[in-house]
Ligand binder design. Structure first.
Ligand code: ADP
Length: 186
């Protein structure tokens, strides 16, 4: 598969198509739900492949927060269990229909910003993002993609955030969408 690649502030940013749970990067990002309870889509795949340790750590995080769910846009980190990735950053995307388009865009951008902030705080240098909110949470991919790419670009140019960043797409259509957007914003 030919991959689209750009360099932003010494970080190689690429679009890749496939299953995020196979990627041996420092951290993969999970499109989690507010209770970090696991579920379908990419969340289900990560917990299945990573094993029960991830869910145990998620439950501990929720307990430490006084049994409060995460807000849309927040991010937390656990280890990667049996995944090839060392860590999982769990972020909660906005449910598209619950917000105005402006609010949804702000929350979605916060997911990418806060995930990259956690990566930096932990001293990690490579990360893979799925299309947060674009599955069950109903965010149209053609609206979410430019926000994801713009936010990542801004963060990478502001901070020397990492060495390698992957936009992991699942469908051929999303692969094309992200490839085009990466070229457009380069
Ligand atoms: P959300 O609830 O935030 O919408 P979903 O998991 O339903 O999250 O979907 C988010 C995106 O992740 C969708 O584009 C979906 O196609 C994609 N996806 C689902 N499974 C995987 C996987 N194993 N690896 C990478 N992306 C995946």
């Amino acid at each position: 598969m030919p991959s689209t690649q750009v360099q932003w502030n010494n970080c190689t940013v690429e679009v890749w198509q496939g299953d995020i749970t196979t990627l041996a990067v420092d951290a993969i990002v999970n499109a989690a739900n507010p209770w970090l309870a696991g579920g379908g889509g990419v969340d289900g795949a990560i917990h299945r492949r990573g094993g029960p340790v991830i869910l145990q750590e998620c439950q501990a995080i929720i307990r430490q927060r006084g049994n409060k769910p995460l807000e849309a846009g927040e991010a937390v980190i656990t280890t990667g269990g049996q995944l090839p990735a060392r860590y999982v950053i769990h972020t909660v995307g906005p449910v598209y229909r619950e917000w105005t388009p402006q609010q949804a865009a702000e929350r979605l951008a916060a997911c990418y910003r806060n995930s990259l902030a956690l990566l930096r705080q932990q001293g990690l240098r490579s990360i893979a993002f799925p299309g947060i909110s674009t599955g069950a949470y109903g965010y149209p991919p053609e609206e979410a993609c430019p926000i994801a790419v713009r936010t990542v670009r801004e963060q990478l140019l502001t901070h020397n955030a990492c060495d390698r960043l992957i936009f992991c797409t699942f469908s051929e259509r999303d692969y094309q969408l992200y490839s085009l957007e990466l070229t457009r914003q380069n």
